[in-house]
Ligand binder design. Structure first.
Ligand code: ATP
Ligand code: MG
Length: 749
């Protein structure tokens, strides 16, 4: 048991005390995930526990895979039989096995967020409500929040508090939409993501024998990232471990970043009450980061009022100071980050894969990507639009889903007239209305097309019905790959894409072929217990943003949102876009609680870094199609300045903007402690002593101008958008700059 030697005292305690309830709430990088991993290995290897009896819940499927691999290294191949994965994937598996108890088909479809919103949109339309009031997004979030608090549509409708709440929000029909939405999902044999947890709770509540069965099976239950579980998830784990009480949870309240999805720090507090014999273990030593990073992170999180007291320290090296990158624009921010990565690689021989760039929102990746491409630095984006979200992939998936579960209304809507087969929107509406009026599924309407539709429409629909019947037969005769290939061909999808000879068309064709490859791989994977098409569809439905990465992806810089970065670590971390209204996000400034959640997010970001951390911000940024002035984030000022230095790349060759008081105070305060002198570009330009700016209201492309810092240049382009009017100028000595005319001092020549 060599591995036990690589643990400190409290970690060791967390690993070998396998019986009874255990909770570890400890700071970032203190080895919580390591303790869980070794605990499982120890159970199998030392205590002879059958992996089949161990359930471990992780934040992503990828995290589960990595843990499993590590455990296999210690405990051998048996570890394959562990029940390990996200809450959603593990309980989807259980729901599939027990679906009949809830009146669902075992091949139920999992609706993704797009499916859910599309269904909500139809319902709002059918109820003749205003879709500007009942926006699919808003309705979806409300329903999701209710489900995550285990409020069924019945309770929702019967509770006057919710009704009053909705009325005061001018959305009195929300309860009815919730009801219809739930009924329609049920009728379509579909569950959305929240249903996977909601229905598991229903299953365990209403079917005690089923609960008993799983209580008997899972002798040991473990949860990583416990701070981000919601009440629905919490209750599931509590029920499962109620008999044996062998439950171990690890987490960090300072890293709780999913309150907006219903995660509740209350779970941590309840845990002590629910398990009076609780063993609480503290881990205080951080093994991940330098002293500078650990101390800087502590100085930030200290500002939060709501937190459990804990210490985090490290015996790692002091490390280098955190570097501050200041840019004039989002594009320049990208350039500064890219060239900093380039230099770090040159100086310290680091690999791309040791670098991560973290941002608050996905849309920030564009400027960074451009800069990385220009400098030939390979990168990958995690999250964002994944392979499985592409239209052509969703189309073929919808065929496969509908073949497996012909009640699935959302898949039906996607494919009934794609590729075109002369079935118009009004026919589709008729089919859906007929299904709803008669309380039957769309499939039953298709089976009796001539009864519900007239001549031509009925004939076209009958052909579609025959085709799907053929597909259903094929699935029983062939393996998943062969059946899926056949469906791709016979449905006409492949031909449709093949005939589109544009670059995009070719791309889409290749994507569909790639999907078929993925199914082939799945079908050939002998380690998989269930290699059916149904199992494949379920696996895909539950892929999270972090999972759609192939592991053999080569040496690339990782770009992702901070939410995605939880639990991960990188040698070099760049946190970009540290500006007010972006991070902290504008939407999170309304209450202290929201602001504290943003601060925890910042804490998560900082603590991903092992040896070097960079913080970047821009003074102007395009947001929602407009150029905006930005103020540096308040979070920058919250870091104890003794851990920060101004980067050599800190941009000073800029039009002075009045909104950067932070930089000014910082630079003057830091001068003595930092050795970095900002490099200025060489120029022969000397501003004339009598430089007086001109009125720029008539400035036009083609004019020559003079700027007190950049010298002479020619206006290339004007952007006339109101107060943010700006000019793109090609300066003789400084190249292209975009200037905000409300601030720039320019003289027209
Ligand atoms: P987070 O809060 O970010 O999820 P964590 O508490 O789960 O962090 P781990 O990821 O388990 O922390 O550990 C952080 C790093 O420290 C990992 O690289 C891990 O291998 C290493 N580590 C943990 N414990 C030890 C130890 N006793 N000796 C050496 N390295 C350790
Ligand atoms: Mg962890």
């Amino acid at each position: 048991m060599e591995y036990l030697k690589s643990l400190n005292e409290p970690q060791h305690e967390g690993v070998v005390n396998t019986e009874g309830p255990t909770m570890i709430i400890a700071g970032a990088g203190s080895g919580k995930t390591r303790v869980l991993t070794y605990r499982i290995a120890y159970l199998i290897d030392h205590k002879g526990v059958d992996p089949f009896n161990i359930l471990a819940l992780t934040f992503t499927n990828k995290a589960a895979r990595e843990m499993r691999e590590r455990i296999e290294r210690v405990a051998g191949n048996d570890a394959r039989n562990l029940w390990m994965g996200t809450f959603h994937s593990v309980f989807a598996r259980i729901l599939r096995a027990e679906a009949d108890r809830l009146g669902y088909p075992s091949n139920f479809t999992i609706y993704d967020t797009d499916d859910s919103k599309s269904l909500i949109k139809s319902i709002v339309k059918e109820m003749q409500l205003d879709d500007k009031v009942y926006k699919p997004n808003v309705v979806f979030n409300r329903i999701s929040a209710a489900k995550n608090r285990l409020i069924s549509w019945r309770e929702y409708l019967n509770n006057p508090v919710y009704q009053a709440d909705d009325e005061s929000n001018m959305k009195p029909e929300l309860g009815k939409i919730y009801k219809t939405y739930s009924e329609r999902c049920f009728k379509a044999g579909a569950m959305d993501f929240d249903d996977l947890l909601f229905n598991t709770n229903v299953l365990f509540k209403d079917h005690i024998d089923v609960l008993n069965k799983y209580q008997q099976r899972f002798h040991y239950v473990m949860v990583d990232e416990f701070q981000d579980t919601n009440i629905s998830q919490y209750l599931i784990t509590r029920k499962l471990s109620a008999v044996r009480q062998n439950i171990a949870v690890v987490g960090d309240d300072a890293q709780s970043i999913y309150a907006f999805r219903g995660a509740d720090i209350q779970n941590i507090l309840n845990f002590e009450k629910d398990y009076p014999d609780l063993r609480v273990i503290k881990l205080e030593q951080n093994y991940r980061s330098t002293q500078t990073i650990v101390n800087a992170a502590n100085s930030v999180i200290k500002k939060n009022k709501a937190q459990l007291p804990k210490k985090v320290w490290t015996s790692n090296d002091e490390g280098s100071l955190i570097e501050l990158l200041r840019a004039t624009s989002d594009n320049e921010e990208g350039k500064l980050v890219a060239s900093s990565i380039f230099e770090e690689k040159m100086q310290h021989q680091i690999h791309n894969s040791e670098v991560a760039i973290l941002y608050r929102t996905n849309s920030q990746s564009r400027a960074i990507e451009e800069a990385l491409r220009r400098m030939n630095i390979k990168y990958k984006i995690i999250g964002g639009v994944s392979f499985y979200q592409r239209k052509e992939i969703k189309d073929l998936m919808a065929y496969l889903r509908f073949t497996m579960n012909p009640k699935d209304e959302e898949s039906f809507k996607r494919i009934i007239n794609y590729p075109k087969r002369g079935i118009g929107a009004s026919t589709v509406d008729k089919i859906i209305v007929a299904a709803n009026d008669h309380g039957i599924s769309v499939w039953e309407v298709l089976e009796n097309a001539s009864h519900f539709l007239d001549g031509r429409a009925a004939a076209a629909v009958a052909d579609f019905h025959v085709m799907i019947r053929r597909f259903q037969h094929e699935i029983t005769q062939q393996d998943a790959y062969e059946a899926a290939s056949q469906i791709a061909k016979s449905s006409g999808i492949l031909r449709e894409l093949y005939e589109d000879k544009t670059v995009e068309g070719l791309n889409r064709y290749e994507n569909v072929m790639e999907l078929l490859n993925a199914i082939k791989e799945f079908t050939d994977d002998e380690e998989k217990e269930d290699r059916s098409l149904g199992a494949f569809l379920q696996e895909v439905a539950l892929i999270t943003g972090l999972d759609n990465e192939k592991d053999d992806d080569g040496d690339k810089v990782t770009l992702m949102t901070i939410h995605m970065a939880k639990g991960l670590e990188f040698n070099h971390v760049y946190i970009v876009g540290l500006e007010e209204d972006l991070f902290p996000s504008q939407m999170m400034l309304n209450s202290r609680a929201d602001l504290e959640e943003e601060r925890r997010l910042f804490y998560v970001a900082i603590t991903r870094a092992k040896s070097k951390l960079f913080l970047a911000y821009a003074l102007t940024r395009y947001r929602f199609g407009r150029l905006k002035n930005c103020e540096p984030s308040r979070f920058l000022e919250e870091i104890d300045p003794s851990y920060v230095k101004v980067s050599k790349k800190f941009s000073r060759d800029t039009t002075p903007l009045p909104n950067d008081s932070y930089a000014k105070s910082f630079v003057s305060g830091m001068k003595k402690t930092t050795s970095s002198t900002p490099v200025r570009k060489k120029s022969n330009y000397q501003p004339s002593a009598d430089f007086t700016p001109s009125d720029t209201s008539n400035l036009q492309a083609g004019m020559r101008v003079e700027h007190p810092k950049f010298g002479y240049g020619k206006v290339l382009e004007m952007d006339e958008s109101g107060a943010n009017r700006k000019a793109k100028v090609s300066f003789d000595d400084f190249g292209e700059k975009t200037l905000l005319l409300s601030f720039a001092k320019l003289k027209i020549h």
